[in-house]
Design a protein around this ligand. Sequence first.
Ligand SMILES: *Cc1c(COP(=O)(O)O)cnc(C)c1O
Length: 480
Amino acid sequence: MRDDKGAGCLDQELRMKLRRIPSVHSLMESPVGRELIERYGHAEVATATAELLDEVRRQYLQGNEPEDFADPDDLDGLFEKLYDRLFQRTRPNLQRVVNASGVILHTNLGRAPLPESVLDHVRMVATGYSNLEFDVQRNKRGSRQDHVEKLLRELTGAESAMVVNNNAAAVLLVLSAVASHKRVIVSRGELVEIGGSFRIPDVMEQSGAELVEVGTTNKTHERDYAKAIDEDTAVLLKVHTSNYRIIGFTADVSLERLVALGRKYGVPVMHDLGSGFLLSTDQPGWPDEPSVQQAIAAGADIVTFSGDKLLGGPQAGIICGSKELVAACRDHPLARALRIDKLTLAALEATLLLYRHPERAVDELPVLRMLRQNEEQMRQRAEQLLVRCRGSLGDSWTFELVRGESRVGGGAMPEYGLGTWMVRVQKRDRPAHVLQRLLLAADPPILTRIERDCVMIDPRTIVEWERETDWIVQALTAIS
Ligand SMILES: *Cc1c(COP(=O)(O)O)cnc(C)c1O
């Protein structure tokens, strides 16, 4: 039954409350309002104020008492909210995130973090003008490719090289330049999809090349390729199954054998290597991942890989191979559309320079450092963090050391688990998924992972130890 009289009273009370809400104009004309206008501009403050007052109004209409607006004569709470809102509106949305998940190449977190030395070079080059496409010695136009081509030749052993926006672009460009309107032979076991958006068959279609699938998902033999080769065949393509493994009853054709077959029929062999490992892996402690040098040495006519996976640099696509094929890529109209920008180029050059002395690359590039750290080092780090957490947080919290595995991620080395030690975080009355969300709501957000229903902090992917562990402890402390 509706009580008309009661509802009328409520309406009256509500109307009173709504009337107490100050106008946008009055807030903006107040001393604080003027100060804000000076800092953020009239339009920005007007929008933020209108939004905030709408929110207060909505709260009343929903039957709530809006926090910070209990007393109409005290506007401090409201102004604080306004400050907050303006700060959030005017600061960049792309922000630093602490990766405590233990996944080294997290594609959603921007893959490889860059070292200070690489960023110094970017800053130096981009703050002013640069010789991006200018040959200073000869006082004439140059090519942006010149800055890295020689380095790439030196490091990989390839005859020629060029760089583009990312590896997807590299594959698209090579196929467009070399195989458009022709046929490309690929094993059915290698028709990969990476990160939900890069699919070999789709890229093939875009390039105008015709995909010829040979073999089966688990087995492809040399004779399968040989049977498919005809005069329209432009490329034999091998794709590194970088984000999965086919195990069990399997057969594939090694790069060396494919190269021999290609030579026999006069068809170039392309290897989409994906991850771009550029260190020699024959020392203990490194995973068994094919390197770029190995692919070139095996005779691949063209090799493509990413700059921000195991190479540990910025997002880029690198094409290494024979003079003739790389020249065809450079001359193709798509090269301009897919070209690398100067910030990336500066970062890539600085990254590649580190590889001149591989120990420096391992010391300085975060991705390599994280891959290299052993279980004992991880245990010490985890223990440090554990001690800090226990010292700073009350007894509703439980912190423990647990053994676990970090992952390479980013579609590289899918089976390769790196032994690690983690801090298991539990809080009374806070289920793991709630705790995880609260840590993500911190500033900067902390990404953890959940294992066996507990939040885990893996020290392996913490990039700047002091700073990021401070942020972690602060974020935990802020959770009541
Ligand atoms: C990651 C990957 C790609 C896509 O590279 P992006 O740099 O992300 O564009 C293509 N092929 C393989 C085999 C890969 O592993």
